[in-house]
Design a protein around this ligand. Structure first.
Ligand SMILES: CC(C)(COP(=O)(O)OP(=O)(O)OC[C@H]1O[C@@H](n2cnc3c(N)ncnc32)[C@H](O)[C@@H]1OP(=O)(O)O)[C@@H](O)C(=O)NCCC(=O)NCCS
Length: 190
């Protein structure tokens, strides 16, 4: 497995693979994936876009992650902003990188790929804070939650409902940069 930084063009060139990894990782149906495909293509053009990919030795896509600078006028940013008080807005949203997607194909999960992708993405990210949203789940049993907690993400909002989605999400955040050698690190964690 090889971790590589991606330019917007790299992601756009491999959009089919990206959508396939995303669909497998999240277990989403194909109708929903088509809508997502359009969003992902548009995200690659946003300010401060950063992406990483994990390729197998044969060059197939095992995982990817990307994000960009979070700002007013973006749907996600505006939803989160509206739920925060003034102090939290200032702290979390003034100079913020959003991790938008982070996925690993199920067959490749559990070998540190997700942790390496997150570490690399945050090392390239521009911002004083990083935010992400993840579906509410049992923290002990969810791999995503364990990963984010290991990286030092704290609760910013819990049980948050985005319009049009009945699932509850948590908004998690931490300050940047990541420590070079974190005290509580486990393997690739931060
Ligand atoms: C969440 C996700 C990105 C994590 O990626 P991953 O590659 O499975 O995660 P990692 O392998 O880095 O970490 C998983 C485990 O492997 C362990 N691990 C880390 N480095 C390792 C290594 N070098 N060798 C073996 N195991 C390792 C970790 O300790 C971790 O253990 P834990 O789950 O008991 O805490 C991935 O599981 C995924 O795509 N899930 C579905 C989609 C999803 O939930 N995405 C996030 C939505 S916001």
């Amino acid at each position: 497995m090889r971790l590589v930084p991606w330019q917007p063009e790299d992601l756009l060139r491999r959009l089919d693979d990206v959508v396939s990894v995303y669909g497998e990782a999240m277990g989403y149906r194909s109708e929903l994936l088509q809508t997502r495909r359009g969003y992902i293509g548009a995200h690659a053009r946003r300010r401060g876009f950063r992406a990483v990919a994990t390729l197998t030795t044969e060059g197939s896509l095992a995982g990817f992650g990307y994000g960009y600078r979070s700002g007013p006028g973006q749907w996600w940013h505006d939803q989160v902003r509206s739920a925060l008080d003034e102090d939290d807005r200032r702290h979390w949203l003034t100079d913020c990188f959003e991790v938008v997607e982070l996925h690993v194909r199920p067959a490749a999960q559990g070998h540190g790929v997700g942790a390496r992708q997150l570490r690399a993405l945050l090392a390239m990210a521009d911002g004083r804070t990083v935010l992400l949203s993840t579906p509410e789940a049992d923290e002990e049993r969810s791999r995503a939650w364990r990963l984010y907690r290991r990286f030092g993400f704290v609760d910013v909002l819990r049980d948050f409902l985005f319009p049009g989605d009945e699932r509850a999400f948590a908004i998690l955040g931490r300050e940047l940069p990541l420590a070079e050698r974190p005290v509580n690190a486990r393997r690739d964690a931060g």
